[in-house]
Design a protein around this ligand. Structure first.
Ligand SMILES: [Zn+2]
Length: 201
């Protein structure tokens, strides 16, 4: 960033913690990269096929060894539940293909669980993907119409599902920040998970 010809002088260099599911190796590595005093730190090498419990166990063990005053990034994660569990363990931000890739397959996230809009039961369902959602898909189109677009392989169907999912994830992150600021994260997380697990009706 100090070079004259650097295009973006706001770039951040992150230290990426590795070590598979071996906490001793990960902790040793976390200590070494922490000494480099980098702008941020990430936990890598997770969300690659290990169980959710193994991932949470690594976070429980490793995040305490990363600098608390620097942003902590969990790479490639994840489901809404994964994000809530990781935030509880000290993670600040994430990246993941789920909202877009699942959206392209007609799978949409709601506060009452994930829906597969290809299912027959949505054929004449005139409700939006989620009541009260402010996204462009929910403000204008019904589940039935989006299902029709998906079935007809019309690209707009995929686009509307991706729009909704990105809106859902962004809204959830906003809610998480607000809950943390209010000191209500534990309650928020419990209610959100219960609602998503309960499903519709
Ligand atoms: Zn929506």
């Amino acid at each position: 960033n100090s070079l004259d010809d650097t295009i973006n002088k706001e770039q951040l260099l992150f230290g990426i913690n590795q070590g598979a599911i071996y906490n001793d190796i990960r902790i040793e590595h976390a200590k070494i990269i922490s000494e480099l005093d980098l702008p941020g730190y990430a936990v890598g090498g997770l969300a690659v096929g290990e169980s959710h419990e193994q991932m949470y166990d690594v976070l429980d063990n490793v995040v305490p060894y990363l600098p608390q005053n620097k942003p902590t990034y969990l790479m490639g994660v994840g489901t809404p539940a994964n994000i809530l569990e990781a935030v509880e363990r000290g993670v600040d931000f994430f990246d993941c293909v789920y909202p877009s890739r699942n959206g392209r397959h007609g799978h949409v996230y709601t506060n009452h669980g994930k829906l597969n809009l290809f299912n027959q039961k949505f054929e004449k369902d005139m409700r939006p993907i989620e009541e009260g959602c402010g996204c462009p898909a929910c403000r204008t189109y019904s589940r039935a119409y989006i299902r029709h677009l998906l079935k007809a392989k019309e690209m707009l169907g995929m686009r509307l599902c991706v729009l909704h999912n990105l809106y859902f994830y962004n809204t959830m992150m906003e809610e998480i920040r607000d809950a943390l600021d209010a000191g209500m994260f534990a309650t928020y997380k419990k209610n959100k998970l219960a609602s998503m697990e309960a499903g519709e009706e």
